[in-house]
Each structure stands twice: as C-alpha cells, then as structure tokens.
Design a protein around this ligand. Structure first.
Ligand SMILES: [Fe+2]
Length: 212
C-alpha cells in the first residue's frame, strides 16, 4: 500500500486549529504537502487530459469569467489518490477533535478537479462555489503562484489575499460547515507563474456533475 502520510506537514490537531478559523474567515491557507509530495502529485497531473474551462459561466448579471484548463473526476490511481486518502484520514480525525464537530464523519470527497492556470491567465472572477458542495473545499497548489482572495461580494469588497503556492492548502468553507449555510465569495488573479492546483470537494447531490 502506498502511503502519502509522510508527505503531510499537518497533524489532526493543527488541522483542527486551522479549521477553527473557518466560521469567521471563510477560508484558511497553510502548508500541507512537502516538496516531494508536490512533485509526485504534479507528475501525476501530467498524464491527465486537460480541456479549456468554459470562459463564462453563471446566470445573466452574475457572470463568472474563468481562464484555465481543467480535468475532472478522472479515473486511475496515482499520487493524487494517495494524497486524497491521507488527507481525508487527517480531516476525519480533525473533525472529531472539534467540539462541536463541524461536519459528520466518516467524511470523504467525491469530486476531484485538476486545474492549470497558464502564466498571465486572468484567473477566475468573484464567485461562490455551488450549493451542492458541502463541508470543506480543499484547493492544493502543486506548482506556480497566484493570489487567492476571499471577499464579500462580486465587486471584490474587503478582498483578503492568500498566497497560492506549491504545497499550500487553501481550505474553504462549503455549505453546512458548522451549520453555516452562507458560502464565501472568492477569486483568483495574479498568475505570475503557471499554476497547477488540485481541488477536492464533496458534492451532496451527485458526483461527476459540474458545469464549469
Ligand atoms: Fe471557486
């Protein structure tokens, strides 16, 4: 059995501490995966087939502009799965350490997406992730650099920057984390170096249904 545990820089306790900020902050950034782990995961993304993300999504008046290539819910085992298993194990333990527990366990993700933002990409404009994504949304950067911002609305009010760089997890509140229905607005910009990210989500409706 291949274990990714040794590449994780957190413990259930530190993860629980980070997540205690989520009701207030909406998202939190911290180092999660070591350099070797990122290299293994990045290599696994290289054999995936990326397609262009739809440039404009959302309803009229609430359009979201996005500029990346994506590969979702792909088959096959790789370091990406090994990472998911190791991270989920810690996440379950962390949820159980928190009082009250912010989401029921056993918890696992059922929606995966690898994203590539080319250098100079315009990123993604302010939006909220779909209501079907619950608990936490876990975006790990494997390479490159970008700004990930949490804000209050589509006009970027009160934008707070987090640096998305290799090994850094940006953990965001999904619907019903700690019983909170409201989801944070966020956007990505300032891609100064091609950025590859790997996102894990839990879709309460149906895995494999994404409009992006
Ligand atoms: Fe998003």
């Amino acid at each position: 059995m291949s274990s990714f545990d040794s590449h994780l820089l957190t413990t259930p306790t530190t993860l629980a501490e980070m997540m205690s900020c989520l009701p207030q902050e909406g998202a939190v950034a911290f180092s999660l995966v070591d350099e070797d782990g990122c290299a293994k995961m990045l290599q696994a993304t290289e054999s995936l087939k990326f397609r262009d993300g739809t440039p404009v999504v959302g309803s009229p008046g609430n359009e979201v502009h996005q500029d990346f290539t994506i590969c979702m819910n792909f088959e096959g085992k790789s370091a990406l799965n090994d990472y998911q298993i190791a991270f989920e194990k810690q996440l379950n333990a962390a949820f159980e350490l928190m009082a009250p527990q912010p989401y029921k366990t056993p918890f696992s993700f059922n929606d995966t997406a690898a994203l590539r933002y080319h250098e100079g990409s315009t990123g993604i404009s302010p939006h909220r992730d779909l209501v079907c994504f619950e608990a936490v949304i876990a975006i790990l950067t494997l390479s490159g650099e970008a700004g990930f911002y949490i804000c209050d609305d589509r006009d970027k009010t009160n934008a707070k920057r987090m640096e998305a760089k290799a090994g850094v997890m940006i953990l965001m509140r999904g619907k019903n984390f700690a019983g909170i229905e409201e989801r944070p607005f966020h956007f990505v910009e300032g891609i100064t170096k091609e950025r590859v990210g790997f996102g894990l989500r839990y879709n309460v409706r149906e895995p494999r249904v994404r409009t992006q």
